[in-house]
Design a protein around this ligand. Structure first.
Ligand SMILES: CC(C)(COP(=O)(O)OP(=O)(O)OC[C@H]1O[C@@H](n2cnc3c(N)ncnc32)[C@H](O)[C@@H]1OP(=O)(O)O)[C@@H](O)C(=O)NCCC(=O)NCCS
Length: 179
């Protein structure tokens, strides 16, 4: 298909288009836009962005996903983990696998970087297909702990930690204060 997007790393000149996609995608949700584009900028400014990918449809940005550094510990050792948030696809292009492709490419990029785990706070009906598990998430203390807090080992054969603590990057705590 001519407009099948290519998944590639975000570049500095994509910033405005990424902002637009995030605002449009979240504005169309039940919760409305809650500053997710500002969150992306704060995470990047702090140096906590690990993987930032766009879906490039012939030069138009159709979607974006960010994975950011997390802090904490797993079985007493420093946590090696990336949090998935936010992911956004233009409302007029949703439901065609773009979000799926962005998330899978992002998880592969994290594997290439040797990151051990990923966490997400999101819909229990969507994220398990990528390998995220509420059971693994429940082993970690977090301000977001609950049924929507999920985790996965990026090496699917790796043993699960018994427990630990998983904190999102500091920018998440500033969301709503700096806006
Ligand atoms: C979530 C989102 C990125 C998915 O992108 P997409 O390209 O539409 O997704 P895909 O085409 O790859 O997958 C579609 C699947 O996602 C599911 N889905 C989409 N949004 C969902 C939601 N809020 N809750 C549960 N499932 C959802 C669809 O039901 C569909 O499931 P199916 O494959 O079983 O039919 C996109 O819908 C979006 O931008 N939503 C607004 C922003 C948002 O809520 N982001 C997630 C929180 S960070």
């Amino acid at each position: 298909m001519p407009d099948t997007p290519v998944i590639r790393s975000a570049r500095a000149e994509d910033a405005g288009a990424i902002d637009g996609v995030i605002r449009a995608a979240f504005a169309a949700t039940a919760h409305g836009y809650q500053g997710e584009a500002d969150l992306v900028r704060m995470i990047e400014a702090d140096g906590d962005a690990l993987v930032s990918l766009v879906a490039d449809a012939g030069g138009a940005i159709a979607g974006h996903v960010l994975f950011s550094r997390m802090y904490g510990e797993a079985d007493g050792a420093a946590l090696s983990a990336a949090g998935l948030a936010p992911v956004a696809v233009s409302p007029d292009r949703q439901g065609r696998g773009i979000g799926d492709a962005l998330i899978r490419a992002g998880l592969d990029a994290l594997r290439d970087r040797g990151v051990a785990m990923s966490f997400v706070l999101g819909h229990a009906a969507y994220y398990p297909r990528f390998g995220y598990s509420p059971e693994l998430g429940a082993r970690f203390a977090s301000p977001f702990a609950g049924p929507h807090f999920m985790a996965m080992m990026l090496d699917s054969g790796a043993a699960w930690p018994q427990g630990g603590r998983a904190d999102y990057a500091p920018a998440f705590g500033r969301l709503g204060q700096d806006l």
